[in-house]
Design a protein around this ligand. Structure first.
Ligand code: MOS
Length: 708
């Protein structure tokens, strides 16, 4: 199945289907239940599966002294119990999150310490309750506390410098006429995609050795293979991963987590039978990653007219002792506004907790919350409009790299948003408007997100009967609409109708694709599809005989590195705060974005609105808590961890500028998946300040802050 991959320099496509409102090609399959999500693969290639249930540690740190499996094994439905004494050995145990069931150490509360295989899910669950694990507990630390053991990581996610410095920020702050010096905190938060993590795993003995086959709910089939294969001591070709339908992820399915490894290890012992694991909602709060808590110490120095002279952003955040994750909280601060003196830093507090990971806009979300509330405080301190403040601090070039921006239209977003939102009528505040018992206020914030294009993507184009084409790329549609948009891109690149494209995705037997993450999917996979289509047409013309095929990847465009590529947005919020109870209602929320060409207004609007709602949710509701005595996450269901629901969401609107950015991709698109969450919580918090005069610096913004 290996095909030579040609490198092809792409040229911009002629948009025909792209840019039009194409309904999701898999919409009918999804709403009629015919789309097969991971655990629905229990026949065909995955016949007669066994069911797996996880046994989790009840202490935050310690050593397992004994696992008593007798009662579980006596259960009539239980087939096997795996623990650290009998689980298959891994070839590489350096990944502390994934190297489960390998030794007696417990690193965090909720860690997988055993798992039970049974004929039914009910028997597996009952069996798990019968497993008794003796642990000698040691002292643990799950609170950031005074952070006196914070350390500097080598880099922050994914590979940014930990600290940056330019000019003399201390001298500039000492000499500044206006200084805002405040600390902003964001809580730790959990991803809650509709479909919890799930997979079906099966091992097969073939003449050349063992092969592993997965249907996994993941954002990246190749990422799963690349991570798991070496740990299992397998050549990558012996691992096949498919993810035909995925019910959301937000980053939590961007890298494999320990439940995937549990199912894979259990399946290794199952004599060729498939093993199915459906992680529960409660288990997700322990096992599938989360956004770390952050503390941002901001110092802004400015002239009386608001012109910044110094920006200092020092971050302390939490990581896990078992594996490091360093959220890139200050990276947006490095490129957002002009100021001659600048400093950013990240420090990590290692704790006996599960490993933090990606959650929509890791870095930009908590960092821009802090930055954009600080900017609002500066606008108040200078007595100027917050949009005017952004205008006065618009940089000529990327302050971080010195490169010109490819397409920086932040101020156009503000101008359009101000017009649509009616910003000109905003009264000076705070406490300028009352409607009955409700204080009413408005606020703004900037949004930004880098335009990433991931390397290592390829696509295949093959001609079929009747002028049709099979187009394949190993990308995953985690619910964003990628399956639809990639078919549109293929149609335009090949100059045919959308109906003439047979698109195959989400399988490691297809050409390699990067993870659906970092808002990079469409530009990366789309670029590969355009490369394959343009190579195909160059080699075979427009109407080749059936059976001709080309596999290609997009060649690096050296010009791309001469510009700084980022998307921008302006978020406007209107909040009402009840003067007696402090209840908060966000009555209007508007995001205006500059993201290059919008390839499909239907699916793009859904991404923007989803991002805005998730930002609203982080602004008002989302907050996880650990019990410091036992180390567990207390908020481990959707009752105690509230995610914005219909009743919380009133007037949310998204709009985008009409533009294209062919320096980033031949479709003219940048990414759109994450920017909607960035800045949104700050706009909400700034609106509640304008309403009430109460400045909230720690998320979420809750009613108690406004009650006297
Ligand atoms: Mo997204 S947090 O990059 O999967």
């Amino acid at each position: 199945m290996s095909h030579p991959i040609t490198e092809q320099l792409t040229t911009p496509i002629e948009p025909r289907s792209v840019g039009t409102e194409v309904r999701r090609v898999d919409g009918v399959a999804k709403v009629t239940g015919r789309a097969t999500f991971a655990v629905e693969h229990d026949a065909g290639e995955m016949p007669d599966p066994l069911h797996l249930w996880l046994v989790q540690s009840q202490v935050a740190r310690g050593r397992i002294t004994r696992v008593d499996t007798d009662a579980a094994l006596a259960h009539p439905g239980v087939v096997a119990v795996l623990d650290h004494t009998n689980a298959p050995r891994l070839a590489d145990t350096s990944d502390g999150e994934l190297a489960i069931l390998q030794d007696e150490r417990v690193h965090f509360r909720g860690q997988i310490v055993a798992c039970v295989l049974a004929e039914t899910p009910e028997a597996a669950r009952e069996g798990a309750a019968l497993v008794h694990v003796d642990v000698t507990a040691s002292d643990h630390e799950v609170d950031m506390g005074d952070a006196d053991d914070a350390y500097a990581p080598d880099t922050v996610n994914p590979a940014y410098p930990t600290d940056t410095s330019e000019g003399d920020v201390e001298a500039a702050l000492a000499g500044a006429e206006v200084v805002v010096e405040q600390t902003y905190r964001t809580p730790f938060e959990h991803n809650n995609p509709m479909e919890p993590h799930a997979l079906v795993a099966r091992w097969e003995e073939r003449p050349d050795g063992p092969h592993l086959d997965l249907f996994d709910s993941t954002q990246g089939v190749f990422s799963v293979r690349r991570t798991l294969a070496p740990m299992l001591g397998l050549a990558p070709e012996r691992v096949r991963v498919r993810a035909p339908y995925v019910g959301g992820g937000f980053g939590s399915k961007g890298v494999p987590h320990s439940p995937e490894m549990a199912a894979v290890l259990a399946a290794r012992t199952a004599g060729g039978r498939p093993v199915k694991l459906a992680v529960t909602r409660q288990q997700m709060f322990a096992l599938t990653g989360y956004r770390t808590a952050t503390v941002s110490r901001f110092r802004l120095g400015a002239r009386p007219d608001g012109t910044l002279v110094a920006i200092d952003h020092r971050v302390v955040e939490q990581t896990s002792r078992v594996k490091e994750f360093a959220e890139q909280t200050a990276t947006a601060t490095r490129m957002m506004y002009a100021a001659p003196h600048r400093h950013t830093s990240h420090r990590l507090v290692p704790l006996d907790v599960a490993v933090p990971s990606w959650m929509r806009a890791p870095g930009e979300m908590p960092g821009m919350y802090a930055h954009e509330v600080a900017m609002d405080e500066l606008a108040v301190a200078c007595g100027i409009d917050p949009i005017v403040l952004r205008e006065r601090n618009e940089p000529d070039v990327d302050p971080e790299s010195g490169l010109p921006f490819g397409n920086r239209r932040l101020l156009d977003c503000f101008a359009r948003g101000a017009e649509r939102f009616g910003w000109a009528d905003r009264p000076a505040g705070p406490r300028a408007t009352r409607d009955g018992d409700w204080w009413v206020g408005t606020g703004v914030a900037s949004a930004t997100y880098p335009a990433y294009t991931a390397p290592g993507n390829a696509a295949r184009v093959a001609s079929l009967e009747g002028g049709r084409y099979a187009v394949s790329v190993g990308a995953v549609d985690l619910g964003t609409g990628a399956r639809t948009v990639l078919a549109q891109i293929a149609a335009d690149a090949l100059g045919v109708d959308l109906e003439d494209i047979d698109l195959a995705i989400a399988d490691t037997l297809l050409p390699p694709a990067s993870v659906a993450g970092g808002s990079s999917g469409t530009s990366s996979w789309g670029g590969a599809i355009v490369a394959a289509a343009q190579r195909f047409r160059a080699d075979h013309g427009g109407h080749p005989d059936p059976g001709v095929e080309t596999t290609a990847s997009a060649a690096d465009d050296p010009d791309k590195k001469r510009l700084a590529h980022h998307s921008f947005g302006a978020v406007f919020a209107e909040a009402r705060v009840h003067r007696a109870t402090g209840e908060i209602r966000v009555t209007r929320l508007l995001g205006v974005y500059s993201v290059g060409r919008v390839l499909n207004p239907v699916t793009a609007r859904s991404q923007f609105l989803g991002g805005l709602v998730m930002g609203l949710s982080s602004g008002l509701f989302e907050e996880s808590w650990r019990d410091p005595r036992f180390g567990h996450v207390v908020t481990q269901d959707l009752a105690s961890y509230h995610v914005a629901s219909h009743a919380d969401v009133l007037g949310v609107e998204a709009e985008w500028l009409d533009e294209e950015d062919t320096a980033v991709s031949p479709m003219g698109a940048r990414g759109i998946g994450e920017i909607g969450i960035v800045g949104t919580a700050a706009a909400v918090a700034n609106a509640t300040y304008h309403a009430t005069g109460v400045r909230v610096r720690d998320l979420p913004v809750t009613a108690d802050r406004f009650v006297e």
